[in-house]
Design a binder for this molecule. Structure first.
Ligand SMILES: Cc1cc2nc3c(=O)[nH]c(=O)nc-3n(C[C@H](O)[C@H](O)[C@H](O)COP(=O)(O)OP(=O)(O)OC[C@H]3O[C@@H](n4cnc5c(N)ncnc54)[C@H](O)[C@@H]3O)c2cc1C
Length: 240
């Protein structure tokens, strides 16, 4: 994977304990929506046993000028440095990596299933499809514990108005602990929720992304519904 040196541009809080970071896109860095990159901190002011690099799905669309990532801000040296570094700080990125992308020419509906921060590759795909519309239906099933945890929620809901081929279903699995009110779906994404959303569960191609436990948990309902293994693509965020 080619390595590039680039600069940190900006950060933004996008949900509780969750931040997005922008980096300049190096010349010649081309990627497809859904791919990831490895970010390495160069000469950071602190480090720990977990090291100075992490993989992140790229949340910006390929057509955007910058590269964006988004992450849950846990208390690790890597993330403390990310949170505090001044604009212009040099970092290394390696990539793009991964084959979690939409197949070109595929016309069957794509169903995106995201648990928490697993939303990032789908943000890239959906932003790109708002710029370059696709001739296929896109469904996003997005699960979080509480509304305040749901990154990019407003943007992803607003995209529905701009793309008649796209539908979003948002569910919260822990509303009893929420401060924000929630009137939408509750509970985890399961076969019943899929059946309420989709006409025929066996037609679409499924894309599942998030922490490994969530990605694994989704295999059951999909396999139970008779979805073929080759129609289920997974992106596991190892490290969570
Ligand atoms: C393809 C891919 C895409 C990802 N996309 C995102 C994203 O968009 N947003 C996000 O927040 N996180 C993403 N992650 C997870 C991310 O790399 C971090 O592991 C996570 O953010 C936790 O980091 P931490 O500093 O909070 O925790 P830590 O407790 O420091 O955990 C990170 C630990 O996981 C280890 N690790 C990293 N990759 C692997 C691996 N492949 N197998 C086993 N162990 C590994 C690291 O070496 C490190 O020790 C992705 C991971 C992968 C593999």
């Amino acid at each position: 994977m080619p390595a590039h040196e680039t600069r940190f541009l900006s950060r933004e809080q996008i949900a509780e304990g969750t931040m997005a970071f922008r980096f300049a896109k190096p010349a010649g860095f081309n990627f497809r929506a859904g791919q990831s990159m490895i970010v390495t901190l160069l000469d950071p002011p602190e480090t720990d046993a977990k090291g100075n690099q992490r993989s992140f799905s790229i949340a910006s669309a390929p057509a955007e000028a910058d590269l964006a990532i988004a992450t849950r801000m846990r208390d690790t040296a890597f993330k403390r440095v990310l949170k505090a570094m001044p604009e212009g700080t040099r970092v290394q990125i390696r990539g793009p990596a991964g084959s979690f992308v939409l197949d070109e020419g595929e016309r069957r509906p794509a169903v995106f299933i995201a648990g928490g921060i697993g939303i990032t590759p789908f943000v890239s795909m959906l932003r790109q499809s708002a710029i370059e519309p696709l001739e296929r239906k896109l469904y996003l099933l997005y699960s979080n514990r509480r509304p305040e945890d749901a990154a990019f929620l407003r943007e992803l809901m607003a995209l529905e108005q701009r793309n008649s081929n796209y539908r979003i279903v948002v569910t919260m699995s822990g509303t009893e602990e929420a401060r924000e009110s929630w009137n939408g779906e509750r509970g985890r994404i399961d076969k019943a929720m899929l059946e309420r959303t989709l006409v025929d569960l066996l037609v679409p191609v499924y894309y599942v992304a998030g922490p490994p436990a969530m990605v694994e948990a989704m295999q059951g309902p999909l396999a139970g519904a008779g979805v073929k293994t080759e129609d289920i693509r997974c992106d596991e965020f190892f490290g969570y």
